[in-house]
Ligand binder design. Structure first.
Ligand code: ADP
Ligand code: MG
Length: 225
């Protein structure tokens, strides 16, 4: 078995208020290199909160999060940002593309911190767009693209840095059946190429495509398959 890549140990996340919201109530989860994991659960069950913790976008209230065997709990913001840029790629339900930038510019953005020269960054962005089948759209702005095309741009942006893990939060939530199929096929290609995937969904057809499924209910995890 491969070494753990992501590991949550008794992670909780509470949001202050009256009453306090206990969004994660003691999560243990191990994801190994090459895993394809789906996380399912009803609305409000803590899925996005968990993904934000895994993505170093948020910190647990208690418990530990290890990424590549390193505890992230004590890391400062700068170290977390660097780790996130190197290891993780993100895909969101609503794409999160910059509307006034071209497709190519959107995909170039995460490479700004790579230190690579512009020509090399551009080659890599074009390669990523080729991988998602959008060579013919590189000079377009996102607002003239279909939802399925926008999500493929977002996937290109997620993989252009060659991360070890792609984290996706309801990546097909705004797509019809055919577009969902395209994105799932793309994820399967990435997975076959060795990418570790963590996909949040409440679509059981999407979850069924993963190798492993865990369910989250009221901030607690249970293994489904
Ligand atoms: P899901 O993604 O499964 O729909 P979330 O992780 O977004 O669920 O939310 C889990 C619970 O935490 C919900 O009750 C939600 O209202 C609450 N929550 C999420 N983010 C915040 C926040 N920033 N402040 C207060 N409550 C929050
Ligand atoms: Mg959510």
């Amino acid at each position: 078995m491969s070494a753990p890549l992501l590991e949550l140990r008794e992670v909780t996340r509470s949001f202050p208020g009256d009453p306090e919201v206990r969004a994660l109530r003691g999560i243990d989860l191990t994801v190994v290199d090459g895993d394809y994991l789906a996380i399912v659960g009803p609305s409000g069950s803590g899925k996005s909160t968990m993904l934000n913790v895994l993505g170093l976008l948020d910190r647990p209230t208690s418990g530990e999060y290890l990424l590549e065997d390193t505890s992230t709990t004590a890391l400062g913001d700068e170290a977390r940002t660097a780790l996130r840029a190197r290891v993780l790629g993100f895909v969101f339900q609503s794409f999160h593309l910059l509307p006034r930038r071209t497709v190519l510019e959107n995909v170039l953005l995460p490479l700004i911190y790579s230190g690579a020269p512009r020509a090399e960054r551009e080659t890599r962005a074009r390669e990523a767009l080729h991988r998602v089948g959008l060579d013919h759209r590189i000079d377009f702005r996102p607002d003239v693209l279909s939802g399925g095309e926008r999500q493929r741009v977002a996937v290109a942006r997620a993989i252009v840095t060659r991360p070890r893990v792609v984290l996706a939060d309801e990546p097909t939530g705004n797509l019809d059946g055919e577009r969902t199929e395209e994105i799932m096929t793309l994820f399967e290609e990435l997975h076959r190429g060795g990418m570790t995937l963590v996909v949040i969904t409440h679509d059981t057809a999407v979850a069924d495509r993963a190798d492993r499924v865990v369910r989250i209910t009221d901030g607690r995890l249970s293994e489904v398959s």
